[in-house]
Design a protein around this ligand. Structure first.
Ligand SMILES: NC(=O)c1ccc[n+]([C@@H]2O[C@H](COP(=O)([O-])OP(=O)(O)OC[C@H]3O[C@@H](n4cnc5c(N)ncnc54)[C@H](OP(=O)(O)O)[C@@H]3O)[C@@H](O)[C@H]2O)c1
Length: 255
C-alpha cells in the first residue's frame, strides 16, 4: 500500500533533499512551509505521486493544529513525519529581537512537539516513523547562538525520550544531528560573519545519512565523522569547555 510522508521545511535545504529521497521511493507527500511556489514546483515535478502542498507559517501559535486539521479534512493518514523546519540566529542574546527569538522557539520546539503529538495516533496505526531534525548544536551550549543551541538540545532530548517511550509500539523516532550544512540556513541566521560556516557538508549527503537512519529506525544520526567526534568530545568534556569552544566559532568577527 502507498505510504504518505509529511515533511515540514520541504521548500529548501535538508527538508527539500529528504522530500526528494521520499519521492524517489514513491512516497506520497504532504509538503509544509511558507514558500508556496517552491512547493508547487516540486509537486509539478512529481506527477506520478499524490502531493499536497500546505502553505503555513509554523512559527505562529496554533499552526500545527491547523496543519493536522487540513490533513484530516483531505482524508489523509500520515505514515512518516519529518519535522525539519527550523532556523537559527547569530548574535549576542540581548542584541537579537526577542520576537524573532520567540518565533524560533515556537518553530524549532513548539510546532515540532505539537505536530508529533497530533500525528502520533496516525503513526501508531501504521507502525510509522518520525524524524526530528536536531543538530550537533544540541550537544553543548552555544554562546552567540544561545536560543538556537538550546532549542536543538530540546529537540534531541524530546526525540530520545519519545524513542524510548514508544519502543515496542512500532513507531520509531530518529533525531538527525547535522553539523554545518550547505543550505539557506547560514544566510537566514546571518552567519556570514562567523567561522562556524567556513566548512559545510553537502546537503544531499546529509539527507542520505538521515534517510538511511530513519528507515532503520535509528535513535540518533550525527552526520559525518568530524561532527561525530565533536559530539563525543562535547559529551566527555565539562559543559563550560564546550561553550568556550563554540564561542570561538560563533562570535561574530568585528567588521
Ligand atoms: N544547515 C545547517 O547547517 C544545519 C545544521 C544543523 C541543523 N540544521 C537544521 O536543519 C533544519 C533545516 O534547515 P536547513 O539547513 O535546510 O535550512 P533552510 O535551507 O533555510 O531550510 C529551512 C526550511 O524551514 C522552513 N521554514 C523556516 N521558517 C518557517 C516557518 N516559520 N514556517 C514554516 N516553515 C519554515 C523553510 O521554508 P520557508 O522559508 O518556505 O517557510 C525551509 O523549507 C532546521 O531545523 C535547522 O535548524 C541545519
Amino acid at each position: 500500500m502507498k505510504k504518505t510522508a509529511l515533511v515540514t521545511g520541504a521548500s529548501s535545504g535538508i527538508g527539500n533533499a529528504l522530500a526528494e529521497r521520499l519521492a524517489t521511493d514513491h512516497y506520497d507527500l504532504i509538503l509544509v512551509a511558507r514558500s508556496k511556489e517552491k512547493m508547487e514546483a516540486m509537486k509539478a515535478a512529481w506527477p506520478a505521486l499524490s502531493v499536497t502542498v500546505i502553505t503555513k507559517d509554523l512559527s505562529k501559535p496554533g499552526a500545527a493544529k491547523e496543519v493536522y486539521d487540513e490533513v484530516k479534512q483531505i482524508g489523509l493518514n500520515v505514515d512518516l513525519l519529518i519535522n525539519d523546519a527550523g532556523f537559527g540566529l547569530v548574535g549576542a542574546f540581548q542584541s537579537l529581537p526577542i520576537e524573532r527569538q520567540s518565533n524560533m522557539i515556537q518553530l524549532n520546539c513548539t510546532a515540532l512537539t505539537e505536530l508529533t503529538y497530533y500525528f502520533l495516533p496516525d503513526l501508531r496505526s501504521s507502525s510509522g516513523k518520525i524524524m526530528n531534525v536536531a543538530s550537533t548544536a544540541a550537544y553543548q551550549p552555544g554562546p552567540f547562538m544561545a536560543v538556537y543551541f538550546a532549542s536543538k538540545a530540546y529537540v534531541l532530548s524530546l526525540s530520545e525520550a519519545l524513542s524510548e517511550e514508544l519502543s515496542g509500539s512500532g513507531v520509531t523516532v530518529t533525531a538527525l544531528c547535522p553539523g554545518p550544512t550547505h543550505t539557506q540556513f547560514g544566510a537566514v541566521a546571518h552567519a556570514e560573519n562567523i567561522k562556524m560556516f567556513s566548512h559545510t557538508m553537502d546537503v544531499a549527503a546529509v539527507a542520505s545519512i538521515g534517510y538511511r537512519a530513519l528507515m532503520k529506525g535509528k535513535q540518533v544520526a550525527i552526520t559525518g565523522s568530524l561532527n561525530y567526534a565533536g559530539a563525543i568530545a562535547a559529551k566527555l568534556l565539562p559543559r563550560n569547555w564546550g561553550a568556550k569552544a563554540v564561542r570561538m566559532v560563533t562570535k561574530p568577527k568585528k567588521k
